[in-house]
Design a protein around this ligand. Structure first.
Ligand code: SF4
Length: 760
């Protein structure tokens, strides 16, 4: 029996026994802990960082007898606050870190597979066993057949150093094919920077396009900056989303657009802006490429044309375009996963980005930002005179052009992995804090894992992967290990920052830090010389020497602002693109131009509807509804966060808190529910051409008619011991990909009906 099974404690039992310690962590964004009790002799407050969503919010941790009992943000922190002199807070996901760290279902010792079953092992045995397996694998298959996959690891660089540079495994699945591929690829080719970020706090007109920044953010600074600019600049917030989110709640305008038609809306806005001569002529003239192609693309794309497609009133489209253009350059249109999860997502994102170029808001105050940090950390390998080999280079990799549905351009697409295993292109897998069975074709992935010769995972919970692994290494959380992050995107629009923290509690059970795990494996494999540091803190200390700081001093004070980064960075050296300009037309990007020709697409902005061929499946009489899953506030990064408190809070929002049900909900509009005889609390069967799942219905008007939404992170392969709810990615298949970026398309035509039997 696995550890997870033997320790399986029902949610309500756990909450009953832990209510005191957990009360603070379910309260949403909170301020400081109890002042009176904080003065007790056995209490102290220390700094740490939250890494639940990889945003690095600085946090203050209250320790009592060495145990973390309370968390709050750090005032002025670039991620946890709205900037200098403002209060720092943590979101509900961050507060759930206590639940995550002290969760009874956590993996707390190594495991190895023996005679088909996982059994507990000690560290020496597990490291020796894993190293021997890796050596055998390399001899039999070559390192090129070992796939690397990273989620939210603390020691991602150490994982890459060992498995990519030293072991020589070239293949990886990056988050681009599971999260933001269409968005970041289009932006990179158009503006030369992988991911822009809005300059929220200086903006006057913000369009959150398929994104929910009041709940799903990259640090607490984002919602705070939005609130601040609404209050202080009287800024306008527009939310384009078929779901009534928290962002929609505070927006001036909520546009519940027909899903997957965002590209048509963006083209019509471009049409209005050009017709009304509201665009930034000087910027377009001097700093853009391909404007003629863009103007041609929008020439006949009137608001009336788009209204038919998008179900957005033509007059609303006109007002949106004019408001956005008149506020420029302090206006921003910002897409994210709502568009990236679409099979036609690349063109939709390209069309939205074109609007930003058209009004000239690029890297300007209140517009988009090229968030450079403005400094470089030192290279600890150079400091030590270590020349790290690049053993992954020149290794043979599969020709993905030969894969059905896979025309994407870089990395390996998540959904292609099962076929790669079938074809013998991949035979093994090293997983670092990720949950691939929640990110795409789950069942095919589960079979692929079972067919592989070697699966090694570093993680904290029993999941679809760890239960199928040959070796399981129990990893420490940020509370239990040193941490460093540095960057630009945050509440200081014109500055770069570093933030650091030390371990503040002892690792739970026999968990170890990422550095300890990778350095021990490296030692056993004969590469110990490349891990000469005592621990990660020493490595980070050498990195920080590049900005004249020590790890201890940054960790002590939580963060430091270290650089000035001005706006309009393109004025100096131009854009980092083929033409040195913002590119409306991507005909100069060879990679994309070839793919566009092959797929019959235009290199310029264009409307691509879903078409059952390569841009996403359409609905029909048999499957008339569209179902999408996504991350919600309490469960954002839901693939690894469906923990007790998070689920409680999610349910609380929809009135399900006191129901005996631990899973996700199928949010369905009354217009769709009533004719089908579906009521809130009822169990329903959801059927697609590729499978079926059962969910509990929540009937309300917060989702657009014809469209259904459910939270990711539940059901089969999740970390919840009872696997409650449904993982709709069991209905996802290899063909559900966006063809340019290789990103998983999470939209599925379905029909729903009452399942019969008991409900919640
Ligand atoms: S935004 Fe929330 S989950 Fe993300 S790092 Fe900050 S507190 Fe943690």
């Amino acid at each position: 029996m696995s550890e997870g099974e033997s320790n399986s404690v029902r949610r309500r039992t756990f909450l009953k026994g832990s209510a005191g310690a957990l009360a603070a962590a379910v309260a949403g964004c909170v301020g400081r802990g109890d002042e009176e009790s904080a003065t007790a002799a056995n209490r102290q407050t220390v700094h740490n960082n939250c890494w639940i969503c990889r945003a690095s919010c600085g946090q203050e941790v209250v320790l009592e007898d060495g145990e973390a009992v309370d968390l709050t943000g750090v005032d002025g922190h670039p991620k946890a606050s709205a900037g200098a002199g403002t209060e720092g807070t943590l979101c509900s996901k961050g507060l759930a870190q206590l639940d995550k760290t002290y969760n009874p279902n956590r993996i707390t010792r190594p495991y190895i597979r023996e005679d088909g079953d996982l059994r507990a092992a000690d560290w020496d045995e597990a490291i020796t066993y894993a190293a021997a397996q890796l050596e055998t694998f390399s001899e039999e298959h070559g390192p090129e057949k070992l796939l690397r996959y990273q989620g939210y690891p603390l020691g991602g660089d150490f994982h890459d150093l060992l498995f990519r540079d030293l072991y020589g495994a070239p293949l990886q699945v990056g988050r681009k094919t599971t999260c933001h591929g269409p968005f970041s690829d289009s932006w990179e080719w158009m503006a030369g920077y992988g991911r822009e970020w809005p300059d929220w706090k200086n903006s006057e007109f913000m369009i959150a396009w398929g994104r929910n920044p009041m709940e799903s953010f990259r640090g607490q600074w984002e919602p705070k900056a939005i609130m601040e600019t609404i209050e202080e600049n009287d800024a306008t917030l527009v939310c384009i989303d078929p779901r009534y989110t928290k962002t929609a709640e505070i927006a001036d305008v909520w546009i519940p657009i027909e899903p997957r038609t965002d590209g048509a809306l963006a083209l019509a806005m471009g049409h209005v802006i050009i017709e009304d001569e509201l665009y930034d002529e000087a910027f377009v003239e001097e700093w853009t490429y391909g404007f003629d192609a863009y103007r041609d693309a929008v020439a006949d794309k009137t608001p009336e044309w788009a209204a038919e497609i998008t179900d957005v009133d033509a007059e609303v489209i006109r007002q949106l375009a004019v408001g956005f253009a008149e506020a420029a350059p302090s206006s921003v249109a910002f897409p994210w996963t709502g568009l990236a999860f679409q099979g036609n997502g690349f063109k939709n994102c390209q069309n939205v980005h074109a609007l930003n170029g058209l009004v000239g808001n690029i890297d300007r105050e209140g517009g988009t930002r090229h968030w450079q940090s403005g400094f470089s950390l030192a290279d600890p390998f150079e400091e030590r005179g270590l020349d790290v080999p690049a053993n992954h280079e020149d290794r043979p990799t599969p020709e993905y052009d030969d894969y059905p549905y896979q025309r994407h351009i870089r990395d390996l697409s998540h959904n292609a992995v099962p076929t790669a295993v079938d074809r013998g292109d991949i035979r093994g897998f090293v997983n670092n804090w990720s949950a691939p069975l929640k990110s795409g074709n789950s069942d095919a992935w589960a079979e692929a894992l079972e067919a592989m010769d070697l699966v090694i995972t570093v993680d904290a919970f029993w999941s679809g992967v760890s239960r199928r692994a040959d070796v399981v290494f129990p990893a420490a959380s940020t509370l239990e290990q040193p941490f460093l992050d540095a960057g630009g995107d945050g509440s200081y629009s014109e500055s770069g920052w570093v933030t650091a923290s030390n371990a503040v509690i002892e690792p739970i059970g026999d968990c170890r830090t990422d550095y300890q795990i990778y350095s021990a494996l490296a030692e056993e494999l004969g590469w110990g010389e490349y891990f000469p540091w005592e621990d990660a803190a020493e490595f980070y200390d050498e990195q920080l020497s590049g900005v004249g700081l020590s790890f201890d001093e940054v960790a002590e004070q939580s963060y430091e602002i270290v650089s000035d980064v001005g706006y309009e960075q393109w004025l100096e050296d131009g854009f980092d693109t083929e033409t040195g300009k913002f590119q409306f037309d991507l005909d100069v990007v060879d990679q994309y131009a070839e793919l566009a020709e092959e797929t019959g697409a235009s290199t310029a902005p264009e409307w691509h509807p879903p078409d059952d061929d390569q841009y996403g499946n359409t609905r029909d009489e048999e499957y008339p509804l569209l179902l999408t899953d996504g991350f919600v506030e309490q469960l954002s990064r839901g693939h690894c966060q469906a923990l007790d408190e998070a689920v409680e809070e999610y349910h609380d929002r929809f009135g399900f808190r006191y129901e005996e049900y631990d899973g996700n909900l199928l949010h369905i509009n009354p217009v769709d529910a009533e004719p089908r005889g579906i009521e809130t609390g009822e169990r329903v069967r959801v059927e697609s051409p590729d499978g079926e799942v059962e969910l509990v219905a929540h009937v309300y008007e917060g989702v657009r008619p014809g469209w259904l939404f459910t939270a990711a992170g539940f059901g089969e392969y999740s970390i919840a011991p009872d696997q409650a709810g449904a993982n709709i990615m069991t209905m996802n298949t290899e063909r559900h990909v966006e063809p340019v970026s290789g990103q998983t398309d999470r939209n599925h035509p379905v029909e729903v009906a009452p399942a019969g039997g008991d409900g919640v």
